[in-house]
Design a protein around this ligand. Structure first.
Ligand SMILES: Cc1cc2nc3c(=O)[nH]c(=O)nc-3n(C[C@H](O)[C@H](O)[C@H](O)COP(=O)(O)OP(=O)(O)OC[C@H]3O[C@@H](n4cnc5c(N)ncnc54)[C@H](O)[C@@H]3O)c2cc1C
Length: 535
């Protein structure tokens, strides 16, 4: 049996995988990436559903490692669409000649740590065996899709799609009765677009949501010039705040300390700007104080309800059972206005639960709804899901799945003890999706590159996390989340969208800037907390 050998294997060719290939090559490593899709882009390769769009502004949702790249690329909108981001990532792959080290259409199914040889042995979906000194997971936080098990699904005579594996050639929805299950970030982006195409759209909503308007707009020439001219200044801003975005509100006022009129003025100002940060971070206390949070939630609901003509429909859309920001705050474009269309029906699945899929459609609350197409906007098994989908065996043959049976842990969210020489980009216990993810990815990849450089220079070839230090980090993760309203509701953030998954908020919420400082401190102290060896 022939075994191909590399210094490092990267799983995935999204934003993280592409950047990891680039940086690992720089330190002279032989690198190979395996990507189950047929192209680069990860999230932006798979999520081709109508309306798919980023809700971080284009000028921040860009790599910063190459100023030349930033200067030559032209974004066309404030919030870029999926096709535009996919084009950008293809441009990056070409510009840095990354494709030659990627094998597409190939999944890593199994990874076993071979203790005698101090290497990872990988098994691919094409039955090849690959050996790698280091394994870098760039498998993403949101790449393992979740489809709820609904009885009768196999009987449905129509077409069924999950938004995150939307066909590249698109889906013809004209003259069709379409059902969308789910009103999370994806559903709320897709519903207005699908409504324009379908004969009739039925939306099955289990959870009513707060939605902030994107106030999206095209970028004119002056704005594009400004973005380029301020590259360095914006980079400084991104390094200095909790979420890695520029234009972050510096010193917002306390909502509770403002009188009602000033409070409304500040709120309206944020609403006009649009996007999650301008509203959610307009006040200093709405993320920690329940009274302040309640007022903000009411202001958002009042604004949202102005867009809906039918008070009964508005009531269903806006009877919200959770504090604002306790689950992912959603950015929408014409979402509520869509319910004023004659061809859109809202089905409140909290009072009329989905009972079964039938040959002709779907039964909810005792009513049969006839459908030609059923669309699952039902999200992902987040963060630990893509890693646990692989059969990863560490020291002593222990499965990562078993280690993480009650809670996924890793020191700094980067290395899980007992799984040496495996680095996880945006892994559990790091800020991950609680930040501008591309910026968090750059920080992780740069740290990994520096760590591997240090190891090579000092004659080490084996890194593991000290289990006690990993436990201590988990406690720090919990402490940073104390007293925050974020995560106080069941959602994919807490893993509670997945039946049987242990509940918990496994993100470092102390801010990307503080997290970066902690990672730097560990590195400056000779990778304190990691066990480095020569084997
Ligand atoms: C619809 C959607 C919208 C989003 N919007 C935002 C946003 O506005 N702002 C933001 O900051 N973040 C957003 N995110 C999060 C987004 O995932 C990240 O910003 C970013 O794309 C993550 O890049 P990545 O390379 O880490 O992972 P991904 O882009 O998920 O790439 C991982 C890749 O790994 C591959 N892979 C996984 N397992 C295997 C395996 N076993 N073998 C081979 N290949 C494998 C997958 O096919 C995938 O291509 C969004 C996510 C989704 C799904």
């Amino acid at each position: 049996m022939s075994v191909e050998k590399f210094d490092a294997v990267v799983v995935g060719a999204g934003i993280a995988g592409l950047y990891a290939i680039h940086r690992l090559r720089e330190i002279g490593f032989s690198v190979k990436a395996f990507e189950k899709g047929d192209g680069v882009g990860g999230t932006w390769y798979w999520n081709r559903y109508p309306g798919a769009r980023c809700d971080v502004e284009s000028w921040d949702y860009s790599y910063t490692f190459s100023e030349e790249l930033a200067q030559e690329w032209e974004w066309t909108e404030r919030y870029p669409t999926q096709p535009e981001i996919e084009r950008y990532l293809n441009h990056v792959a070409d510009r840095f000649d990354l494709r030659r080290d990627i094998e597409f259409g190939t999944r890593i199914d199994q990874a076993c740590f071979d203790e005698s040889e101090n290497r990872w042995l990988l098994r691919t979906s094409k039955d090849a065996t690959i050996a790698a000194r280091y394994l870098v997971s760039a498998a993403g936080a949101l790449s393992e899709k979740f489809t709820p098990k609904i009885s009768g699904v196999e009987t449905f005579a129509g077409e069924q799609y999950h938004t995150s594996s939307w066909p590249a050639e698109g889906v013809d929805l004209a003259n069709k009765r379409v059902g969308v299950i789910g009103t999370g970030s994806t559903g709320i982006q897709a519903i207005p677009q699908i409504a324009k195409e379908a004969e009739h759209l039925y939306v099955f909503q289990r959870t009513a949501q707060h939605v902030i308007p994107a106030q999206n707009h095209p970028l004119d020439e002056d704005q594009r010039r400004e973005i380029k001219a301020t590259f360095r200044q914006r980079l400084e801003e991104k390094l200095a705040n909790a979420v890695g975005m520029s234009g972050f509100p510096e010193d917002p006022p306390s909502l509770l300390e403002l009188d009602a009129e000033t409070r409304r003025e500040v709120f309206e100002g944020g609403w006009e700007v649009g996007g999650p940060v301008a509203v959610n971070r307009a006040f200093s206390d709405t993320g920690t104080n329940w009274d302040a949070n309640k007022v903000l939630g009411e202001l958002v609901i009042e604004k949202n309800s102005e867009a809906v003509n039918d008070p009964g429909v508005a009531d269903k859309l806006l009877t919200i059972d959770h504090p604002i920001g306790s689950r992912r705050l959603i950015v929408g474009i014409d979402y509520f206005e869509t319910y004023n269309r004659d061809n859109v029906t809202l089905v409140d699945a909290s009072t009329a639960p989905i009972e079964a899929i039938t040959a002709g459609g779907l039964r909810a609350g005792g009513d049969e709804i006839e459908l030609d197409v059923l669309i699952y906007a039902t999200g992902f098994d987040g963060v630990s899901g893509p890693l646990m989908a692989m059969d990863i065996q560490g020291v002593g043959g222990r499965l990562l799945r078993d280690k993480w049976a009650t809670r996924p842990t890793a020191f700094l969210g980067l290395v899980a003890s007992g799984f040496p020489n495996l680095f996880m980009i945006t892994g559990p216990g790091s800020p991950s999706i609680f930040s501008n993810v591309i910026f968090a990815i750059e920080q992780h990849v740069d740290w990994i590159k520096d760590c591997l450089t240090y190891m090579t220079e000092h004659g080490f070839n084996h890194i593991d996390a000290n289990p006690d230090v990993e436990d201590d980090w988990t406690q720090q993760v919990d402490k940073a989340a104390e007293n925050l309203i974020v995560g106080s509701t069941k959602s994919w953030w807490t893993g509670e969208n997945i039946p049987g998954k242990p509940a918990g908020l496994n993100f470092y919420l102390g801010g990307l800037h503080n997290y970066r400082a902690k990672c730097d401190e560990v590195a400056d102290n000779g990778y304190e907390g990691f066990l480095l060896q020569s084997r």
